[in-house]
Design a protein around this ligand. Structure first.
Ligand code: SF4
Length: 460
């Protein structure tokens, strides 16, 4: 079906509804408090000989100031002593996990997120990385990434990241328009972004991502087109254009963003169209959800090879890794378990200081969860699913097992978002921005709505 602008608008309206982003399945709201440190220790001990490599995540929650759109677990403070105390606890947590697990397992990936990891001073960046490197076996070709806030960043920070061994940086930009930046309390002029970006390239970083955001107050198609043009001119290797999730009932500070200033539905639709067109014309390949990369990027290769996967950091090429995550609210996972550390900083620090792990909740996933996760990942990462291959892998008849999901897909198939035939399910080009909706057809947790069910952000 050829989507005209009118049908496009109608589809966006029809399918704009709350839904998960599927960085895990089941999603985090379904983790249970009964899954605490004890089953997690047992899981760690039981999975050391599974032959999986490691991915390490470190969460640094501090930021100098609060961006009003923020959806992260963060603490705005100018008191660096808080970061010093936190680091001391973080070192203990890393040691405690390292004492349980087989540290000769190879680390293929490291990611520091936040908050703002570059809130740490350069010497502390080196010290924290050194602490990890002294305890774990980091592969020489490991992918080592860090999220970077251009404000308050110095050339010394960039050098410290390079010296430590980081090889990927992700720069938070969001929007270059001054009015938008003021409205979300994140003022960072283009000249600053260009300067910081220049330092990164000079230091030899070959892979730089930029994060943008649509749906912010005062954004217009014209203003965001200018932002895109100026960003594309800098030639980042990857781009992530996230949709702003306005959930003031969860993130109270988002009430500082006035509903009346948010772009209306038609503008949001036009912005989606603009992003696809401009980034496509600039040579970026659409990976899935909000992600774009240059054709030579390994995310593009992984898309073609069908080795892409989704985890809490978004798209990854490291599918078969256990993730050990350190820090407040950090989420770890093995093939069958997800666990999350305490989300409150005090609770996290007290747990570690008392000699425990800080595991607050988690879930052991069932076979049905695993099957559905595999189907959801196929849609989100490969944009298609081979029914026979899938059935053979899991020992099921696909059409029988997923008959409810297939029924749900019928409507989307009629609307031209997905093709469903006896052999496969394939996301069409117009269907690409509806990936969350298509994946939701395989989500068993959404089929039994309850009053305690989580309220997700809207899919579009
Ligand atoms: S810098 Fe990032 S984590 Fe910190 S407040 Fe802004 S958006 Fe949130």
């Amino acid at each position: 079906m050829m989507a005209t602008m009118e049908t496009h608008t109608a589809l966006l309206q029809k399918y704009s509804k709350p839904g998960p982003r599927y960085t895990s399945y089941p999603t985090a709201p379904y983790f249970a408090e009964s899954f605490d440190e004890h089953p997690w220790r047992d899981e760690l001990l039981a999975t050391q000989t599974d032959g999986r490599d490691l991915s390490l995540y470190v969460h640094i929650p501090f930021c100098d100031s609060l961006c009003y759109y923020c959806g992260c677990n963060m603490i705005a403070t100018r008191d660096y002593d808080k970061a010093r105390d936190y680091l001391a606890i973080l070192f203990q947590e890393i040691d405690r996990t390292a004492a349980i697990v087989d540290t000769s397992r190879i680390v293929r990936q490291i990611h520091w997120g936040g908050g703002t990891p570059t809130y740490l001073r350069p010497d502390d960046i080196r010290a924290l990385f050194g602490h990890l490197a002294a305890r774990f076996q980091i592969s020489a070709d490991a992918e080592i990434g860090c999220e970077v806030d251009p404000r308050e960043l110095s050339r010394e920070h960039v050098q410290a990241l390079k010296d430590a061994g980081f090889n990927r940086l992700s720069l938070g930009v969001q929007d270059l328009d001054a009015r938008v930046q003021t409205a979300v309390n994140r003022v960072q002029p283009e000249a600053l972004i260009r300067e910081v970006y220049g330092w990164m390239r000079e230091a030899g970083f070959g892979s730089i991502n930029m994060d943008l955001m649509v749906g912010l107050p005062h954004q217009t198609v014209q203003s965001f087109a200018q932002t895109l043009d100026r960003i594309v001119d800098m030639q980042p290797d990857r781009l992530a254009v996230f949709g702003y999730a306005h959930v003031p009932w969860v993130k109270k500070h988002q009430k500082l963003i006035h509903d009346a200033d948010l772009p209306d539905f038609d503008t949001r639709i036009a912005l989606q169209k603009l992003i696809m067109e401009r980034l496509g014309a600039a040579g970026y390949v659409y990976i899935g959800m909000d992600h774009f990369a240059r054709p030579t990027d390994e995310l593009v290769k992984a898309r073609h090879d069908k080795t892409l996967w989704r985890n809490f950091q978004g798209y990854t090429t490291h599918k078969n890794c256990d993730i050990y995550a350190f820090g407040v609210s950090a989420i770890s996972q093995t093939d069958e378990v997800y666990v999350q550390n305490a989300k409150n900083l005090g609770d996290y620090q007290n747990a570690i200081a008392s000699g425990a792990l800080a595991t607050e909740r988690g879930v052991r996933i069932s076979r049905d969860d695993k099957l559905r996760r595999d189907a959801i990942v196929s849609i989100m990462c490969d944009l298609e699913l081979d029914k026979a291959e899938f059935g053979a892998k899991w020992g099921i008849d696909f059409d029988t097992y997923f008959k409810d999901g297939l029924r749900e897909l019928q409507d989307m198939a009629t609307d031209g978002l997905v093709e469903v035939d006896p052999e496969r399910i394939r996301v069409t080009d117009p269907g690409r921005i509806f990936l969350r909706n298509i994946a939701m057809a395989f989500d068993a947790y959404l089929q039994t709505p309850s009053e305690t069910a989580p309220r997700y952000s809207r899919t579009l």
